[in-house]
Design a protein around this ligand. Structure first.
Ligand SMILES: NC(=O)c1ccc[n+]([C@@H]2O[C@H](COP(=O)([O-])OP(=O)(O)OC[C@H]3O[C@@H](n4cnc5c(N)ncnc54)[C@H](OP(=O)(O)O)[C@@H]3O)[C@@H](O)[C@H]2O)c1
Length: 235
C-alpha cells in the first residue's frame, strides 16, 4: 500500500521540487501538466488544465496508478498561470483561462480524487502572498489566488469528519521560471527582487517543497493559510 502525492505542474519550478521531496520521503508521485516531470519514477498524466475535458485522460490514469486501496493521498494544487493584466480592462477569455487552470482545475480534481482520500490524506493548495493582498497589474492572478484561499477554507469545512486535512501554502518570491518570466531574467532583476525580502535572497523551490511535505504530515494545520515568504518587505 503506497502513499501517493498527486501534484499539478510538477514539470518545473515548485511542483518539480515538491515531486523530488515527496519521492525522497518515500511517497509515489503523479504529475499532471502538459510536459513530463524530469524526476525519475514520477507517473506523468499529460494534460492541459486550461482546456475542459482533461478529466477523460486523468481519471483512468488515476485508477490505474492508485488501484483500489491506496495509502495516504496528498493532492497538491500547484499549477498556475500568471498574466500581466488590469482589473479595469480584463479580457473575459483570458480571465476564464486563468481561472480554469488556477481555480476550476483544483475544484475538479478535488471531486475526482475524493474517493481516494483515506485517513491521513490531505489537499494542499499553493496560494501566494497575493492570496491576501493585491499588487498593480496582476488582476486575474490576484483574483484566482484569493479564490484558492476561499476554496481551501471551504474544503476544510466540507471535509468535516473525514480525517483529511487541507492547507493553503503561500510562497513569496521563489526562484522559478514563473518568477523570472515576471520580474525579468537578468541578474539585476533578480537582485532587485531579492532586496524585497528581509533575508535579502530569493526562496529556493526546495524550501517550499519542504513546507508542502510538512503540511501533508501535519493535520493540526487543517484550514491554515500558511505564509512561506521569508519575510517580504511591505512597500
Ligand atoms: N515562483 C514564485 O515566486 C511564486 C510565488 C508565489 C506563488 N507561486 C505559486 O507557486 C506555484 C508554482 O509556481 P512556479 O513558480 O513553480 O511556476 P512555473 O515555474 O511557471 O511552473 C508552473 C507549472 O504549472 C504547469 N502549468 C501551467 N499551465 C498549465 C496548464 N495549462 N495545464 C497543466 N499544467 C500547467 C506548468 O507545466 P507545463 O508548462 O508543463 O504544463 C508548470 O509545471 C503556482 O501556483 C504559483 O502561483 C509562485
Amino acid at each position: 500500500m503506497a502513499d501517493w502525492a498527486i501534484i499539478t505542474g510538477a514539470s518545473r519550478g515548485i511542483g518539480r521540487a515538491a515531486a523530488a521531496r515527496f519521492l525522497q520521503a518515500g511517497w509515489r508521485v503523479m504529475n499532471v501538466s502538459r510536459r513530463p516531470c524530469p524526476e525519475p519514477g514520477v507517473v506523468d498524466v499529460l494534460a492541459d488544465l486550461s482546456v475542459p475535458g482533461w478529466e477523460a485522460t486523468f481519471t483512468p490514469a488515476l485508477s490505474r496508478a492508485l488501484g483500489s486501496s491506496p495509502g495516504r493521498v496528498c493532492l497538491v494544487h500547484n499549477a498556475a498561470l500568471y498574466g500581466h493584466d488590469d482589473a479595469l480592462s480584463l479580457d473575459a477569455e483570458h480571465l476564464r483561462r486563468v481561472l480554469e487552470v488556477n481555480v476550476v482545475a483544483p475544484a475538479t480534481l478535488n471531486r475526482l480524487v475524493r474517493g481516494y482520500l483515506t485517513d491521513g490524506s490531505s489537499i494542499l493548495y499553493v496560494g501566494s502572498t497575493l492570496s491576501e493582498k493585491a499588487v498593480r497589474g496582476a488582476a486575474s492572478y490576484v483574483t484566482s489566488k484569493h479564490a484558492i484561499a476561499g476554496l481551501m477554507r471551504s474544503t476544510c469545512q466540507d471535509l468535516v469528519g473525514t480525517r483529511v486535512h487541507t492547507v493553503c501554502v503561500c510562497p513569496g518570491f521563489t526562484d522559478t521560471e514563473m518568477m523570472r518570466e515576471n520580474v525579468g531574467d537578468s541578474e539585476a532583476a533578480r537582485a532587485n527582487t531579492a532586496a524585497r525580502m528581509t533575508y535579502g535572497r530569493l526562496i529556493a523551490p526546495e524550501e517550499i517543497a519542504d513546507v508542502l511535505l510538512r503540511c501533508a504530515e501535519m493535520p493540526v494545520l487543517n484550514g491554515a493559510v500558511l505564509h512561506a515568504n521569508l519575510g517580504q518587505i511591505e512597500t
